[in-house]
Design a binder for this molecule. Sequence first.
Ligand SMILES: [Zn+2]
Length: 126
Amino acid sequence: MKLDDELRLIVLEKVGIYSKRFSTPEPQVFFTNKEVMAAPKEITEGCRTTAYKYYGVSYMEKNTIFINVKKIPDEKTLENTIVHELIHQRFPYLSHGKRFNKLVRQGLRGKTFDPYRKRNSPEISC
Ligand SMILES: [Zn+2]
């Protein structure tokens, strides 16, 4: 798809809507491979030089996603990619598979999710 200011806004709006539904903080969004390459390496660690190959990438620990708009062919794929990356943000412990795909489908249908709580994090630390 052609990336222009209007499409940037549309993507950010969708990211905002789905982040709210999934109770996950709104991530920083990269729209181009250039932006991925220009970002500090500690943000894009794990998938930097190969990011251009994918429709989207999640940098979970840095609350950042890459939506590779120029590679995405149509609006349906765009929506799918946004939801896919935000499911990664909300369910960082889940890898790709049946359960993951089910959550993406539910997310696309408008399902909301409670906030993620790290199970092992101690309530009190001193
Ligand atoms: Zn994925």
